[in-house]
Design a protein around this ligand. Structure first.
Ligand SMILES: Cc1ncc(COP(=O)(O)O)c(C=O)c1O
Length: 392
């Protein structure tokens, strides 16, 4: 049939003889074609699995989801990819929490998560306890003084204080009182720590960070142990809110994940050297890095993680003013809010990542005005150290 110009221009035919591409292609298509009306009906009725509409699911999201499931060392899980770490986190809360529920949330977590939980608490009249997750007696006391606690929310290692929490112990307490445990695993990734193997119900990652690794996209992933819950409740929230990861961001994420194991090794190695340098410098008051034997959580991190991660934080003897000077002077370390990228990123939590957390709430959990966070990159470590040395 000879087609008219407009038809030729609008319609695509895959080239005949096209072979399977070596790298997964980017599926920039909002919908997917069905070979017949009957098959379309079967797909919509859930009798046959196929992609329908890219807000529901799409091949690029499924590729990274399957990788995340395969990375789990113990249980069978289901993963769902979102268009940011915050979309992943908020979907977990929204899928579980009902008005007036009681939640126990770790106090020293990522600032926007605190901001989100505070907002949700107002909207849903929730009773939220922000607690130091090392004080498990306090957690038990809260659980026993309420009929039901719905969710424990942890982040380990914590952003930006770099503390480590006993996930196995927390999961035990949560389950004893009928609560779920969700763990933000962004700083560790499944390569360094397996929250689900340790007993958590959900592992959440801001894959904007190490999993993507290059700072080229924003995304988040939730891995859950209850496949039916993931496929119904969590998937429905993602579909209704339209928070699935975009195909391009998922495609970039998949490229990044190909080198995650090599990058994590190098991040950890460089971070250990930088932490050692800072801990021996006369201008530095305190270094928070789980790999240092002096860190109070070193033994737990050694037991729970396979390495200590690429992020550290520190305070200078001359406090905030000295920190400000350092951040102005550095050149190799880039001043920006994110972490987990190939290059070294420096930031000031009190005025950047944790700006929206009320000062009293932030200081109660150790996020002081003088704290500086460093995400150690993959540059030659001598260049990172000499950059910091000049700044100090
Ligand atoms: C520990 C942690 N969790 C969650 C998030 C939120 O992720 P996103 O920025 O991808 O929404 C961040 C962002 O910095 C983070 O550091």
């Amino acid at each position: 049939m000879s087609k008219k110009t407009a038809t030729i221009l609008t319609q695509d035919e895959l080239p005949t003889g096209a072979t399977t591409p070596h790298v997964s292609p980017l599926y920039l298509s909002s919908t997917f074609i069905y070979p017949s009306v009957e098959e379309a009906q079967q797909v919509f009725e859930g009798k046959k699995k196929a992609f329908i509409y890219a807000r529901w699911s799409h091949p690029n999201a499924e590729i990274v989801e399957q990788k995340m499931e395969a990375l789990q060392t113990t249980k069978k899980t289901k993963a769902l990819a979102f268009n940011s770490g915050m979309a992943a986190i908020s979907a977990v809360f929204q899928s579980l929490v009902k008005p007036k529920d009681v939640l126990i949330v770790q106090g020293n977590i990522y600032g926007t998560t605190v901001d989100y939980v505070n907002e949700l608490a107002k909207q849903m009249d929730l009773q939220v306890y922000f607690v130091d997750f090392k004080k498990t007696d306090e957690i038990v006391r809260i659980c026993t003084s309420h009929k039901k606690v719905k969710l424990f929310y942890a982040e380990s290692p914590s952003n930006p204080t770099i503390e480590c929490y006993d996930i196995k112990k927390l999961a035990g307490i949560a389950h004893q009182y009928g609560a779920k445990l969700a763990v933000d695993n962004t700083f560790a990734t499944p390569l360094l720590q397996q929250p689900i193997a340790l007993g958590a119900d959900f592992e959440i990652n801001s894959s904007t960070k190490y999993l993507n690794g290059h700072g080229t996209g924003v995304s988040g992933i939730v891995v859950g142990t209850d496949a039916a819950f993931m496929e119904k409740q969590l998937w429905k929230i993602r579909k209704l809110h339209g928070t699935i990861v975009a195909p391009f961001d998922a495609w970039m994420l998949n490229l990044g994940m190909k080198t995650l194991n090599l990058r994590m090794k190098a991040h950890c190695e460089n971070a250990m050297k930088v932490a050692t340098f800072l801990s021996q410098h006369k201008a530095v008051k305190k270094v928070n890095y789980l790999g240092l034997k002096s860190h109070p959580d070193h033994a737990l991190a050694k037991k729970q993680m396979s390495d200590f991660g690429g992020v550290l934080s520190f305070e200078l003897k001359n406090g905030y003013k000295a920190g400000l000077k350092l951040m102005k002077k550095v050149k190799v370390c880039k001043l920006t809010a994110s972490l987990g990228t190939t290059d070294t990123l420096i930031q000031h939590p009190a005025s950047m990542s944790h700006y929206f957390v009320p000062k009293a709430q932030r200081e109660k959990f150790g996020i002081t005005d003088g704290l500086i966070r460093l995400s150690v990159g993959l540059e030659d470590v001598e260049d990172i150290i000499s950059d910091l040395e000049k700044g100090l």
